[in-house]
Ligand binder design. Sequence first.
Ligand code: PMV
Length: 330
Amino acid sequence: VHALNKKETVQALIGTKNYEPKNSASSFAPVNIALVKYWGKRNSELNLPVTSSLSLSLPLGTHTSLKAHSKDLLFLNGKQVDLQTSFAKKLFDFVDLFRDKKTTLFIETKNDIPTGAGLASSASGFAALTLALNDFFSLQLSPKELSILARLGSGSASRSLFSGFVQWHKGVRDDGLDSYAEPLDARWDDLSIGLWIISDKTKPIDSRQAMQNTVESSPLYKAWPDTVSHDLSVMKEAIKTHNFSLLGRTAEQNALTMHATMLAAYPSIVYFLPESIEAMQKIWQLRKDGLEVYFTMDAGPNIKLLFLEKDRKTLESQLPNLHTHSNSIP
Ligand code: PMV
């Protein structure tokens, strides 16, 4: 098996399918928060990860609709987007993998949460776009195939095809056809997530570049694959037995270990703002005072809290800026 490029991957999956454009299609995909993180690629063209990862989806996400139109147009959150922006280019480059030259589209996409705030809107965005394209071109792809295709847009998008707990299997093949996500057979209704938005400014360095710099220059990255395989098995056990202390501790420690690999990169990658550190200290203090709450953080300054439904009211009164959500299992 040899490496494919993106176009060849799409062709490998849709080449033999019926390619019949409809007039319109629409879709929704959830935001996901990684409890065991994806950090580092073994193939950066195909977004093939060094390790597997595990996430929990929120009930919030991205809504995308496609309509056949005389020329390409893009609207994000109700506003028209210039097709020369990097956002539009990334999105249409992805669409180009699926269409021929004569198919032009009016694309409308809306996020339930702020774009570019380290809240993984690119994951739900590419997952929703993949679902909409699958519907628009009547491709009838399987969940596994959809996950592989969404991964080509953004690695974590492979997990945003599903609700609840989701594991992305890293795969070993050079063509990436075994690197896809699938939902775990588990539910945990009173497990909740809080979003503590510290800043909605765009991040200083995007996750693609940050991952590459970490893999290339951080002396701590060597330990990351072993950390992840340990944390994945502990996390799955915590989910199976509804052991919240174990889930929270494992998620928090995994996130901080990921950030430690970045701090040790050269030049150092620091996503924390002073307010992020204050937020962590507040959470540690709440825990000392007997309230079981844990946090995780991604490639941005914002904090995601993990807590049980019974503590929602107390937490909301302690942290007025918190947006709380149940998880996405219907
Ligand atoms: O899929 P990307 O390139 O946006 O990378 C996401 C990386 C993290 O959010 C930091 C971790 C993860 O597993 O989602």
